[in-house]
Each structure stands twice: as structure tokens, then as C-alpha cells.
Design a binder for this molecule. Sequence first.
Ligand SMILES: CC(C)(COP(=O)(O)OP(=O)(O)OC[C@H]1O[C@@H](n2cnc3c(N)ncnc32)[C@H](O)[C@@H]1OP(=O)(O)O)[C@@H](O)C(=O)NCCC(=O)NCCS
Length: 181
Amino acid sequence: MARLTVRRIELPDESAFLAAHGENWESNFVFAHYFDSLARGKFNRFPALLDEIEQGINLPPNHVPSTLLFAFEQSGKIVGRVSIRHVLSPELLRIGGHVGYGVVPSERRKGYATEILRLTLEYLRLEHGSLSKILVTCDDDNTGSIRTIESNGGVLENILVAPDLRVGKRRYWISLRSTTN
Ligand SMILES: CC(C)(COP(=O)(O)OP(=O)(O)OC[C@H]1O[C@@H](n2cnc3c(N)ncnc32)[C@H](O)[C@@H]1OP(=O)(O)O)[C@@H](O)C(=O)NCCC(=O)NCCS
């Protein structure tokens, strides 16, 4: 597997971003939160907008501050992204979790999701010292995501079944504390 870097997006990343954004994503998965809505599809507005979202400025109702990081191959190609919610609203605690990731359809089954979540845990240990554990959720039929979470130390709390959910929602916690502590 090629080495990945997980980082914020910058203006020179425009063509890589547009290539990833233009892939054939699932209709129920948002690759780039706030790009089509708040940034109105204009890339030159997007990095600064994400900075605001991270600081909690001009957040849409019921949204919490979040950080959107992108996964880059050494070539500069974007192969995925991860959204990190800084706090859990009641709905995030119920089904959304702290972290949500996606790998571009043409780059799946290469270990990238597993690596993106591993790098995200490293990032959180460095940047969010106040968080001791994170909630990561996935659908009960999403084998790739289940494997990704369990490979990164996810401990299953429950599988939530509710009328508004198509299938059960698996709710896992991952400790951010070093195992040597
Ligand atoms: C789920 C998703 C992130 C997996 O990404 P990926 O880069 O293909 O995952 P990986 O290559 O790291 O694979 C992780 C494990 O899942 C397995 N796997 C991945 N996709 C799979 C699939 N469709 N069916 C069965 N197993 C799958 C891999 O073989 C690997 O298993 P291993 O740990 O035993 O080796 C990707 O399919 C995706 O972006 N889906 C749409 C968005 C989404 O569902 N995001 C998760 C929200 S919770």
C-alpha cells in the first residue's frame, strides 16, 4: 500500500480535490461537507470555510465544530477523507459518532480506510488531548467499515436498531490512551 498523509486541504490541491469529488460516490455519502452548500461549489472558498467550521463560526443549525481532513498519496492524489466531530450532539452520540471516513471508489480494497483511521487516531492523540476515547459507528452490513474499525481497536458497545435506520447501527468506542499507560 502506498504511504498516505492525512491533512487539511489547501488551495493548490484544487485539481486533486475535484478529481476525488467527481468520483462515483454513493448517493447517501457526502465526500466534502459544506462544499456544495456553504462554499457553493467554489473551491477557492473551501479551505477558509473549513477553518471557520472548525472554529464553530457560521455553523448551520445543529452542527458541531468539525475538522475535515483529506488522505493524500505521495503523488498528491486524494484517496479519501475523514470528518472529525469535536463534540457529540445527541444525534452524533446516537448514530453519527466522532469520526466518519470514506475512500474514493476507484481506490477501495487497498487498505486505505484502515490506514486513514489509524492516522486519524494518531492525529487525535496529538491534537485533541482532552478526548480519551472516540465513538465510531457503521451500518451492520458495511463489512469494509466493520473490519476497518475492529482492526483499529474498536470495542462494540451495541448495535442500535430503530425505525429511522435501514439496518442496525454498530456503535464502537476506540481508546485514544496509549496501551502502555
Ligand atoms: C467502507 C470503506 C471506507 C472501506 O474502504 P477501503 O479502503 O476499501 O477499506 P480497506 O481496504 O481498508 O479494507 C478494510 C477491510 O475491509 C475489507 N473490505 C473492504 N471493503 C469490503 C467490502 N465491500 N466487502 C467485504 N470486505 C471489505 C477489506 O478486505 C479489509 O479486510 P481485512 O482487514 O480483513 O484485510 C469504503 O468502502 C467506503 O468509503 N465506503 C463508502 C463510505 C462508507 O461506508 N464509509 C464508512 C462510513 S461508517
